[in-house]
Design a protein around this ligand. Structure first.
Ligand code: SF4
Ligand code: SF4
Ligand code: SF4
Length: 260
């Protein structure tokens, strides 16, 4: 039996970066306590951040980052041709991520602002699935190392992976975090209360680190299954959050584009 077209033993894995901060790749390479076991279940044939090895022969290609230059399109098409399974790794690859924010501006102005008199080629930001077929998307900014490891094991052992159907709110409650958008708890828990939080409509799986740190969720994992965006917007407006503030939150990682 095959899953996503690969045999269940030591797949040849390559990791590639496009326009990104390389933070998702770093998640692959860190967490020493599980790294040896993790790397023992796959054969890494190309991964610039940890090795100088190069290969054009791989089963699974993990793609970090979004597409913002013409040479990236060419490179991505070649990777797609070679890979049996192509995985979008992180918010940039899945949605365009923070790079997508530039699409709201005139690209020449954005170029001038960043590079001054030395402009660089820059195209409107695109997620990987907007350029080639993607077999699997692993969201997050950055991705969660635990989740990536579980997904890779599912690929190795040929078992379909199910992302959580529940939103971030559930994990937030599970770890006993006091809700950061609960206006009623304002006095008891300092000035941090009353935050806008996309937790009710964002896909779980990150274990809600942002609310635990006193911040609202910014939706880096994209919408939860059956997210009730309409109710969320109604409640957010009732609580005094403005249209612009909500729109900025929805646009930040690109996963909620078109839902506001
Ligand atoms: S998703 Fe976030 S951590 Fe990953 S490459 Fe993009 S900006 Fe960096
Ligand atoms: S802080 Fe956010 S994620 Fe946590 S319970 Fe409140 S709304 Fe949900
Ligand atoms: S709480 Fe929200 S913004 Fe923070 S990691 Fe989870 S999904 Fe991303």
């Amino acid at each position: 039996m095959k899953y996503l077209g690969i045999e269940p033993n030591k797949p040849r894995v390559a990791v590639f970066d496009f326009t990104s901060c390389e933070g998702c790749e770093l998640q692959f390479a860190n967490k020493e306590e599980t790294l040896v076991d993790f790397l023992g279940s796959i054969e890494v044939v190309e991964f610039r951040e940890i090795s100088s090895d190069r290969s054009e022969d791989y089963d699974i290609a993990f793609i970090e980052g979004s597409v913002t230059r013409s040479d990236e399109i060419e490179r991505l098409l070649k990777i797609r041709e070679r890979a049996k399974v192509l995985v979008a790794l992180g918010a940039c690859a899945c949605f365009g991520g923070v790079n997508r924010l530039k699409n709201a501006f005139d690209l020449n102005d954005a170029n001038q602002e960043v590079y001054g008199d030395c402009p660089k080629e820059t195209l409107p930001t695109r997620a990987i699935h907007e350029v080639v077929k993607v077999d699997l998307k692993i969201p997050g900014c950055p991705v969660c190392k635990d989740e990536v490891e579980r997904i890779v094991q599912h690929l190795v052992w040929d078992i379909p992976f199910q992302f959580p159907a529940y939103p971030v709110c559930l994990e937030c409650k599970q770890r006993y975090t006091v809700c950061v958008c609960d206006l009623d708890s304002k006095e008891a828990h300092s000035e941090k209360r009353g935050e806008l939080c996309l937790g009710p409509i964002t896909q779980g799986g990150c274990n809600a680190p942002c609310p635990a740190g006193g911040l609202g969720c910014w939706g880096c994992r994209g919408p939860a299954e059956d997210a009730n965006v309409e109710s969320f917007l109604t409640i957010a407006k009732e609580r005094g959050f403005g249209k612009r503030e909500i729109a900025e939150r929805f646009e930040f990682f690109g996963g909620f584009e078109g839902l506001k």
